[in-house]
Design a protein around this ligand. Sequence first.
Ligand SMILES: Nc1nc2c(ncn2[C@@H]2O[C@H](COP(=O)(O)OP(=O)(O)OP(=O)(O)O)[C@@H](O)[C@H]2O)c(=O)[nH]1
Ligand SMILES: [Mg+2]
Length: 693
Amino acid sequence: MKQYATEDIRNICLVGHGGSGKTSFLEAALYSSGAIDRMGRVDEGNTTSDHDPEEIKRSISIATSLGPCEWKDRKLNFIDTPGYFDFVGEVKGAMRVADMALIFACAVSGVEVGTEKVWGYAEENNLPKGFVINKMDRENANFERVLEQLRNTFGSNVAPFQIPIGAENNFAGVVDLLTKTAFYSVDGGKKVEEREVPEDLVEKMEQYRGALIESIVETDDELLMKYLEGETISDEEIDRGARLGTLTGKLCPVFCLSSLRNIGVRSLLHGAIRFFPAPTDRPNPVGKSLKTGEPVELPASPSAPFSAQVFKTMADPYVGKLSLFRVFSGVFKSDSQIYNATKETPERVGQLFTVRGKNQEPASELVAGDIGAVAKLQSTGTGDTLCEKDNAVVLPGIVFPDPVMSLAVEPKSKGDEEKIGTSFSRLQEEDPTFVVTRDPEMKQTVISGMGDMHLDVIVGRIAKKFGVEVNLSTPKVAYRETIRGSTRIEGKHKKQSGGKGQFGHVWIEMEPSEPGVGFEFVDKIFGGSVPRQYIPAVEKGIRETMEDGVIAGCKVVDVKVTLVDGSYHNVDSSEMAFKIAASLAFKKGFMACRPILLEPIVNVEVIVPEEYMGDIIGDLNKKRGRIMGMEPHGSFQMVRAQAPQAEMFKYATDLRSMTQGRASFTTTPAHYEEVPANVAETIIAAAAKKDEE
Ligand SMILES: Nc1nc2c(ncn2[C@@H]2O[C@H](COP(=O)(O)OP(=O)(O)OP(=O)(O)O)[C@@H](O)[C@H]2O)c(=O)[nH]1
Ligand SMILES: [Mg+2]
């Protein structure tokens, strides 16, 4: 691909509710701009963007894909993101490197939860926004209704730059309101013809155009003066105003099209180069100098020192690890020595690429504002800043959401444990919202992610890529056992079966210790009733028993044991005998001390629209939760609660179905609490059953 100057580049991320047609749009855009010869379809699994086997299998996007298009001597770097909520991490990465968020809405379903969510993310990233009302060809497609909805939801600066010619089966093209031209799609989307605006649309066009011109002049005082004084405003002035309005967020341009039928797509490409910001239009990103700690601006200019940020890491079957980056300043050159300022380590760079779907094309260099990829970086991960060593600067990292759902994994075939470890850590490198933890206490590997689908995709990937099949289950909860009462008890281990026998005998006192102490051992032996050398064995016997648990196979905590008396045998006593005697005493004593189970409790914070509060609180109560408080959180409410961890593993799924995905939540460990007797019974019975097996 040709090299483009910084000001001729547009970085546009395609975002929106799942299934709104982002991937289909990119396919149509690539086709219309001549980048591909044949338009694939999501449903046929042959689009440029959705090339991953998991994407093809499910007909949805899972990972961010790049789709650069050349249009009228400009380069449009489209970044196609998944709409399904589980893959929100991809959207966060894409937004970091885009200069514009193009939000897709379906002309039938209009504003959906995902539409509002991506709007919010774009706001967080300070990105200019525009809308595409897609699927104008569908039955019941209604441009005006969706436009109205967009304006009601996102404000009156939502402004159509086009209106559709016809709708549903008769959707034929679009009218450009600024140039007053009709663009018809002909030849099944292969070509566009410019024609007179149809008679029956002229009045509507003038109406919309008048409103648009008003909103454009309002974004600029000088233009507004001219307008109010009745002076003529040139087309260039209007275009410049529209562009400035978009850049500053005072205008959100709206386009309408059908991706599937490739109608209106070229008009959008054209709109993008006219109205969407170039990297040079956007505020300079600010990094932090490694040397001085001072803020450093990174101007989108090839003559500035080089800086780039990695926003995604992929495992490519041919080139291996591939890091996708955006150059923020300077020039990134192939075969160069650069510096990873985040990790404070040099990196050797080989060939740079531009990327389209799964295809890469070598590039000798990429200038400020451009997006590309580099293979096989040693220590660089997602979010890292690459730069020159002498001008080392760190850009703020990309904030990815914390996982909300966990499952325990086990290999289907024994012996695959090691393979699981390596394959998961490879996937972890590609996906910052996926976390693997090894829980040594519960002897389980736990994978955590953003929802059912996310974890399902991960499992599909390790099967396909690494040939490891796994079983998933709800993670085991780290219950604890402790006591509420106290006792004085003896334990005696005695065996005489010819030859040397075994003899150990202790008296211990047991009582609860302060919570959090774990285990306290006090030695009160006077006069050698238990000889010195056997006392460590007594303690060890108790500690080992505590590890294994007494009533339900869980670790025992918060017990104080005092060794008070015992006896020994000159020949038959041994460390082992005392260990066993102590263990026997402990187990018996434990049962006599009103044993109970403890369970981990987590703090839960749910952020939820007001109307769901009743359902959320009812559900938390059902999950044995305790509501701690409620407070307003922007236009939402925040519910704070504490709930048993055991009840929260599937909360992500429950919350999503209760609120159509509008709510979010976090959990953090709080403390341990006594398990209610009826629940404890079930846990103890299950442990006993497992023991038998
Ligand atoms: N009728 C019609 N269908 C469309 C249009 N655009 C997309 N579709 C269909 O809508 C479905 C979803 O399209 P995608 O392009 O995968 O949507 P997406 O926004 O990329 O979906 P995710 O990436 O999963 O969020 C597919 O069945 C498409 O064929 C359109 O303009 N008209
Ligand atoms: Mg898609």
